[in-house]
Design a protein around this ligand. Structure first.
Ligand code: AMP
Ligand code: ZN
Length: 476
């Protein structure tokens, strides 16, 4: 079964064909080359940014789940107007400033259980590759220089505008252009290389000292890392124009070959139905939510669970629903732990697992429909609960279900979440305190039993008395 994903450039659902040539078997494909536009490190990333970064993580995890290898790059924009201004304000070097926010960004990714990608290049470390593109563009007559800056001349590139399909009148009017970029021949043109002002950091190139424009950074890093056409390029919908349009122009004019086979764009995140903005007071970083007591696990759940082509309406009620869904998952895993019966995996159990995994893949293969896939997941949990109720779950059955959940969690990343609170939990000691409490109860020493429960609670361990005995879990 192929994976079919909407391709922004064709406007149609297209099959993902790594390397561009169809093979008989998934394992014969080369690794899927993916490039994702990364953050500009001038402050804390907001949860809208993390929606897009979460999608990138889901995409790579899902491709691997389906048997493909991935080779994924995401850049760090560590030089632009905002980073330069931030460093000047804080009276530190640009490098010190961007290191600080890069590290914060990496910590946030870790907290959300977003996997590290194979390549994370910094713009300031790819100046050679940028100079190479500019050199080629100059040889081919696509650029002009003015006052120490180098511009791409869009009039020279007939195929401009294919990705965004912008109305030519809109392009001509300059309505959507950056007009504050120095002196350009044509309002549509964009700077590849910017002459720097005194006291601004600059790099030497054959075009003179200066600093890179934003668009050239991504074109240069794609070339440096992958050497040619890549399979997938991702970003939020706001990057379609002009950023990705400009990346295509630079790369295709410089190297004379297609830049990207598959463009995937993620819709925006809204907060309580509105665009996030500081003035509306609905602008949240990850840390803002953690400080309010929400868990990174619930945030991951919420961010991953919506279809990438639909706007995601982030609400506090949605976070509470995520908590409830995670409780359902945790409770099932605890219940499974009690399945201790002998005997092989029951046919109903293996049948439920196989049918669930097949339905999950078939659903997600169709335009990465994760919300549909999660619907099947909750049906499966319901079925497993029913099988436990009916006494069909043996220890071997439990192991088979856990193996399936682990395979699924390689995509979702929120089932067996690496909770920091779990680190250092001594399960054997907790079990022995629970046994102590049971003995106290039996001896009708209820005060002691309650004391043990409260002491555990103070350590963040929650006890639950259920009809199948006492369960414990770590408070998230
Ligand atoms: P930036 O650091 O502004 O370049 O953004 C990093 C990534 O986040 C880009 O792929 C943007 O398209 C994406 N992005 C920005 N705002 C939102 C939003 N509200 N919802 C989803 N993605 C966003
Ligand atoms: Zn980019």
């Amino acid at each position: 079964m192929p994976i079919i994903v909407h391709n922004t450039i064709s406007g149609l659902p297209d099959e993902i064909v790594p390397g561009g040539a169809r093979k008989d078997r998934v394992e014969d494909y080369p690794p899927v080359s993916i490039y994702s536009c990364g953050p500009t490190v001038y402050g804390y990333a907001h949860i809208g940014n993390f929606r897009t970064f979460m999608f990138n993580d889901f995409l790579r995890r899902y491709l691997r789940f389906r048997g493909y290898a991935v080779n994924h790059a995401m850049n760090i924009t560590d030089v632009d107007d905002k980073t330069i201004a931030g460093a000047q304000k804080d009276r530190i070097t640009l490098r010190e400033y961007t290191e600080k926010y890069t590290n914060i960004f990496l910590e946030d990714l870790r907290a959300l259980n977003i996997e590290p990608v194979e390549h994370m290049p910094r713009a300031t470390e790819s100046i050679d590759a940028m100079a190479d593109i500019m050199e080629r563009l100059r040889e081919r007559g696509f650029v002009y220089e003015k006052d120490g800056s180098v511009y791409f001349s869009i009039a020279k590139y007939e195929r401009y505008g294919r990705l965004s399909r912008l109305d030519t009148r809109e392009i001509k009017s300059g309505l959507r252009y950056d007009t504050d970029e120095y002196e350009k021949d044509d309002v549509r043109d964009f700077a590849l290389w910017k002459a720097t002002a005194p006291n601004e950091p600059s790099w030497d190139t054959p075009f003179g000292p200066g600093r890179p424009g934003w668009h050239i950074e991504c074109s240069a890093m794609v070339r440096k890392i992958f050497g040619g056409t890549i399979d997938i390029h991702t970003g939020g919908v706001d990057l379609i124009f002009p950023h990705h349009e400009n990346e295509i122009a630079q790369s295709e004019c410089a190297y004379g070959e297609p830049f990207v086979r598959h463009w995937i764009h993620v819709e925006h995140l809204l907060v309580e139905g509105k665009k996030m903005s500081k003035s509306l007071g609905n602008f949240y970083t990850l840390r803002d939510l953690l400080e309010k007591g929400h868990s990174p696990r619930s945030i991951r759940y919420l961010l991953i669970s919506a279809h990438y082509r639909k706007q995601l309406n982030f609400t506090f009620d949605g976070l509470r629903q995520a908590d409830a869904a995670l409780d359902r998952i945790d409770n099932l895993i605890v219940r499974l732990g009690d399945a201790k019966g002998d005997g092989p995996v029951a046919a109903e159990v293996s049948g439920a697992i196989d049918s669930f995994l097949a339905k999950f893949a078939a659903t997600v293969d169709d335009d990465l429909n994760i919300s549909g896939g999660m619907g099947h997941f909750f049906d499966f949990l319901h079925e497993v609960n029913a099988l436990i109720d009916r006494g069909t779950m043996t220890a071997a059955g439990r192991d088979a279900v856990i193996t399936a959940l682990r395979a699924l969690d390689a995509v979702l990343g929120f089932i067996f979440f690496p909770a920091q609170a779990d680190a250092g939990v001594d399960a054997a000691r907790i079990e022995s305190r629970i046994a102590e409490r049971a003995a106290a109860k039996k001896a009708k020493d209820f005060a002691r039993a309650d004391l043990i429960r409260d002491e555990l609670l103070a350590e963040g361990i929650i006890l639950e008395d259920t009809k199948d005995g006492v369960r414990w879990k770590v408070k998230k």
